[in-house]
Design a protein around this ligand. Structure first.
Ligand code: CU
Length: 314
């Protein structure tokens, strides 16, 4: 009956063991003190019972005792704080290299785009032993991408991008949950992460139809939406040259500087008036309502590729 019982969900990512170790430590410390206090309670109530017990001696405060039982919990708590902060930062710091997957949540499904152009709904195939970086947004309300076996969880918020990464260490199929109540069918907003050996992943890619990859799709959009009329390479254009800009600082007309990242690019496309680049006019029209979240991600993938050299600027 209990053969499948386990205190922890399956551990299938590089960080899972480290997260579990903290939990285990907390459980052990808690059990230890519960035991200690219960034992003291029992012993004292028998030893100092009324009647034939030892007569208790009255104690009116003890500085040494006060310091001791403040210092010990403080040290334990500080130790747990330092330890979990280290793990937290490692879990939250997205590596620079990895397979980039775009995630769009909506009531009530997960849409995923691979860098190869493969698209999936409510399932994501990934290779074992490789960092997978998710750039996520929502088309409607707040959702939350949660994979218990990887010990990772991140809110997916409309109007901005949040990132999450993991590296799977074991092949298998793992649950994907939405962990933020998002409406009537929230409980059905579930899916699976399928971890495959790298060769099996390649075979999976080969065996499934791929659309345009996000960079190519973004390039086509860039032409069709006429972005290129203002943002073609070379100086003297109406808009800034976008090549080689991703990750750099941008100087605004009001003197502010902003990092050219996914969120900045997104805002430039939807609310161009919110930031005006130094040396340029307020010419750019908003594309609000004309492009879907998936398309904005593709435009950004294309703009990004102009900086990483994945594709030569035109
Ligand atoms: Cu949801």
């Amino acid at each position: 009956m209990f053969e499948d019982f386990s205190f922890f969900p399956e551990a299938a990512s590089t960080v899972a063991g480290r997260v579990d170790a903290i939990y285990l430590f907390l459980v052990v410390v808690t059990i230890f003190f519960v035991g200690l206090i219960s034992a003291a309670l029992l012993i004292f109530s028998v030893r100092y019972r009324r009647g034939r017990g030892h007569a208790p001696e009255q104690v009116h405060g003890s500085i040494a005792l006060e310091i001791l039982w403040s210092a010990i919990p403080l040290l334990i708590v500080l130790f747990v704080f330092g330890w979990s902060a280290k793990v937290f930062f490692d879990v939250r710091t997205v590596p620079t290299e990895g397979m980039e997957v775009f995630v769009t949540g909506k009531q009530w499904m997960w849409k995923l785009q691979h860098p190869t152009g493969h698209r999936e709904i409510n399932s994501l195939h990934v290779p074992k032993g490789q960092a997978v970086i998710l750039t996520m947004t929502s088309e409607d309300v707040i959702h939350d991408f949660y994979v218990p076996a990887f010990r990772v969880k991140q809110d997916v918020v409309p109007g901005m991008y949040s990132q999450l990464w993991f590296e799977a260490t074991k092949t298998g199929t793992y649950h994907l949950f939405c962990a933020e109540y998002c409406g009537t069918k929230h409980s059905q907003m579930i899916g699976e992460i399928v971890v495959l050996e790298p060769a099996a992943y390649e075979a999976w890619l080969a065996g499934n139809p791929a659309g345009r990859n996000p960079v190519e799709a973004g390039k086509v959009l860039f032409e069709n939406l006429r972005c290129a009329t203002c943002h073609a390479a070379g100086s003297g254009q109406r808009g800034p040259d976008l090549a080689g800009r991703f990750g750099e600082q941008v100087r605004m007309r009001d003197g502010q500087t902003v990092i050219f990242d996914e969120n900045y690019a997104r805002q430039s496309i939807l609310e161009p008036k919110s930031h005006i680049v130094a040396g340029f006019e307020e010419l750019m029209p908003t594309y609000e309502g004309q492009v879907s979240e998936d398309e904005i991600l593709q435009l950004i993938a294309y703009i990004k590729s102009l900086s990483t050299g994945d594709e030569e600027p035109k």
